[in-house]
Design a protein around this ligand. Sequence first.
Ligand SMILES: *[C@@H]1O[C@H](CO)[C@@H](O)[C@H](O)[C@H]1NC(C)=O
Ligand SMILES: *[C@@H]1O[C@H](CO)[C@@H](O)[C@H](O)[C@H]1NC(C)=O
Ligand SMILES: *[C@@H]1O[C@H](CO)[C@@H](O)[C@H](O)[C@H]1NC(C)=O
Ligand SMILES: *[C@@H]1O[C@H](CO)[C@@H](O)[C@H](O)[C@H]1NC(C)=O
Ligand SMILES: *[C@@H]1O[C@H](CO)[C@@H](O)[C@H](O)[C@H]1NC(C)=O
Ligand SMILES: *[C@@H]1O[C@H](CO)[C@@H](O)[C@H](O)[C@H]1NC(C)=O
Ligand SMILES: *[C@@H]1O[C@H](CO)[C@@H](O)[C@H](O)[C@H]1NC(C)=O
Ligand SMILES: *[C@@H]1O[C@H](CO)[C@@H](O)[C@H](O)[C@H]1NC(C)=O
Length: 477
Amino acid sequence: MAVRWISLLLLCLFRLESSYQDQCVLYWTTLTCDGSKLNLTTFPSLDLCEEYRTLSIINTNLTDLQSGKIVLPQCSRLVSLDLSFNGIRILNTSIVRSNPAIEMLKLVGNKLRSVPKDILAGTLFLEYIDLSRNLIETIEEFSFHQNKYLQYLNVKDNRIYTIYGNAFSGLESLHYLHLSNNFITEFPFRDSGYNFSHLREMSLRNNNISRLSTSTDRYVCESIDLAQNLLQSVDDFALVGFPDTSLRLAHNFISRLETFIFGKSPHNLTALGLPFNLLTEIPTSLLRQLPKLVNLNLGNNRLTRIPKEAFTSNRYLMTITLRNNYIHEVHPMALVGLHRLTALNLRNNKLTTLPAELFDPSVQFLIQLFGNNWTCDCEVYPILEWLQKSQYFVDDIKCGTTLHENTSFLLEFPFEEICSGIEEEHVVTTLTTGLLTTDVIDTEAQFDETDIPNGRQEGVQLTPFMLPLLLLFISSM
Ligand SMILES: *[C@@H]1O[C@H](CO)[C@@H](O)[C@H](O)[C@H]1NC(C)=O
Ligand SMILES: *[C@@H]1O[C@H](CO)[C@@H](O)[C@H](O)[C@H]1NC(C)=O
Ligand SMILES: *[C@@H]1O[C@H](CO)[C@@H](O)[C@H](O)[C@H]1NC(C)=O
Ligand SMILES: *[C@@H]1O[C@H](CO)[C@@H](O)[C@H](O)[C@H]1NC(C)=O
Ligand SMILES: *[C@@H]1O[C@H](CO)[C@@H](O)[C@H](O)[C@H]1NC(C)=O
Ligand SMILES: *[C@@H]1O[C@H](CO)[C@@H](O)[C@H](O)[C@H]1NC(C)=O
Ligand SMILES: *[C@@H]1O[C@H](CO)[C@@H](O)[C@H](O)[C@H]1NC(C)=O
Ligand SMILES: *[C@@H]1O[C@H](CO)[C@@H](O)[C@H](O)[C@H]1NC(C)=O
């Protein structure tokens, strides 16, 4: 008997489930029709759409929608429309004509070849538009001319090679502009007179921009990402006005950075990422123009030395990454002025030693020295002493050359046996290692090396504020 009841119940549940699958799902004021979960053969009827605020019709393969035959009825409360992943080639210019109050429009993963200008001209209250993963090739002039409330504009992962002048005019409220993964060859904001006064983030990552030339524009922008382009140099006055906080230039071909790329007066940039370029010298004169700098990444370049007072104007610098270069010479006064340094990454260089004067006994920071060609001899003792005092974790420093044949790591070097004038009690026995693996810190210091498509992503990115906290936390344990 019980078995029969249970099977009946199961049958009912199954029925419920299957009928549920045949329909779009209404939850509160959101109607979702997900073609990956239900069999949608025609565009859903939207008879009762008066109550919908959000309409999401996604993952379908409806010929009528794809060829521009569909027009939405008037849904008086509708503010958000998602038509992503439907293979749409043509949008009917009247598709949202009855719903001019739409604020959010998602058209991700369709087959659009151009920005739907006509539709944008009719949606005056639009704040958010996502056109990523389409087949857009150009952005024509005045594409967003009526969209003065637009805050978020995403056209990444398209095939854009040309952005015409005035393409972005009219956008007065823009906060985020994503143009990455396209084929753009020119910096699209030259002498355009755009009214970008709220811009927070702009990404032009992975395009084909080869030049940043002198400009008279004055923009405000917190962060700009120009990584993975074809830049060889950055001219004076190329970036006057912006960006304010972070500039990412990783994976370009930059061998030269002019002094006044941000203009003649000092600039407030806090993070500069230049890894994977062709720099042969630390751009010291540019650094003098950046008194607020906190993070600097010059890893994977062709640097050979750190000159005298290289960072003397950068008293707020906390992390410096110089790993994977050819540095063999460090001036005894190279780090003068760096009172807030927390991490200096010198991994994989050609160092055989470091001048003892480099280390200010009153300043402690993490130094990473793995992968150098260290000479283990008595002269290194002062450095070892500093490392011990600094309490921070250090790499095992392997000896490239050693005075003592049985020693392959600096920490094992028997200073007290070999070197005169060293009392045994001072000798390092154990240096704390472990807990915080140096790789964790690396991810912070590697500012700007994440997000690279070839899978070199290396975990969470710590913000500049988290690192000292983390170090504090660990040193207090
Ligand atoms: C969709 O319908 C087809 C035939 O009309 C059927 O073979 C298929 O199983 C259905 N898929 C789902 C998920 O219901
Ligand atoms: C979409 O439908 C067309 C026929 O209308 C069919 O040829 C195509 O394979 C379908 N695509 C997908 C991804 O189901
Ligand atoms: C747009 O939709 C309307 C109404 O369905 C239709 O009459 C018109 O032909 C459509 N336009 C295009 C270009 O398909
Ligand atoms: C720029 O946009 C702001 C609103 O964000 C507006 O107040 C200002 O007048 C605009 N300036 C110009 C030159 O259009
Ligand atoms: C962009 O640059 C890449 C790499 O140099 C090149 O292979 C490609 O042909 C360029 N594409 C265009 C559209 O210029
Ligand atoms: C830098 O910041 C200061 C305030 O901290 C401000 O007065 C100055 O105008 C800023 N400089 C630039 C170039 O934005
Ligand atoms: C390491 O340094 C020594 C000199 O101190 C030099 O003879 C040797 O070639 C260097 N090895 C490497 C791999 O650079
Ligand atoms: C190195 O080790 C070998 C064997 O362990 C020993 O015979 C030799 O004396 C050691 N050399 C030095 C310099 O300590």
